[in-house]
Ligand binder design. Structure first.
Ligand code: ATP
Ligand code: MG
Length: 158
């Protein structure tokens, strides 16, 4: 377990925060101590980039995008929430399928290929994690994923 996920995630959020052109506020609810994970950093960067890009793409002017990391029994749960238009209930599972877009009119306007979340699902699975979404139409969307983490205090024994 060699990557501090908190530092890794903060750097990605920093990069988006420095380059974003919209009037969107970022809020971070992250632990202030390191949490070590074994990940392929390039692949996880691709996953997180897509989720944040989607969140920004669907955020209204003045919207809030929040980032959260929580610990649960040897896993970390990461979530990224936006205050965008949301996703209808019947589409929530399908957004992780290749080429699935929620509606054609929206997709034509927003661009993209509909591959981002399908790739994210494959990469998270290959890391032993899960990815899912919750959403309320008109209120916003949260994408969650988990990763195995080392939360034991093995250092105490050395
Ligand atoms: P790509 O990521 O390949 O550029 P994309 O963003 O359209 O294209 P995905 O990232 O796989 O594809 O997302 C699939 C679909 O899920 C999107 O087209 C959009 O309809 C919906 N979606 C994803 N994230 C959000 C979000 N935060 N708010 C609302 N809809 C979303
Ligand atoms: Mg996308």
């Amino acid at each position: 377990k060699d990557t501090d996920f908190i530092e890794f995630f903060n750097k990605i959020i920093d990069r988006f925060e420095m380059t974003k052109s919209q009037e969107v506020t970022f809020q971070r609810k992250l632990p202030r101590y390191p949490i070590y994970v074994t990940i392929d950093q390039d692949k996880l960067t691709q996953v997180i980039d897509n989720i944040i890009s989607n969140a920004l793409k669907y955020s209204p002017e003045g919207g809030l995008v929040s980032f959260k990391v929580e610990e649960h029994a040897n896993t970390i749960q990461v979530s990224i929430s936006d205050q965008g238009m949301g996703i209808p209930k019947k589409s929530l599972e399908r957004i992780f399928e290749r080429f699935y877009r929620v509606d054609r009119a929206r997709s034509r306007k927003m661009g993209g290929t509909g591959l981002g979340l399908a790739i994210a699902k494959e990469l998270i699975s290959s890391h032993g994690g899960h990815i899912w979404a919750t959403s309320i139409e008109g209120k916003g969307t949260t994408i969650f994923f988990t990763l195995p983490a080392d939360l034991s205090e093995e250092d105490d024994w050395e």
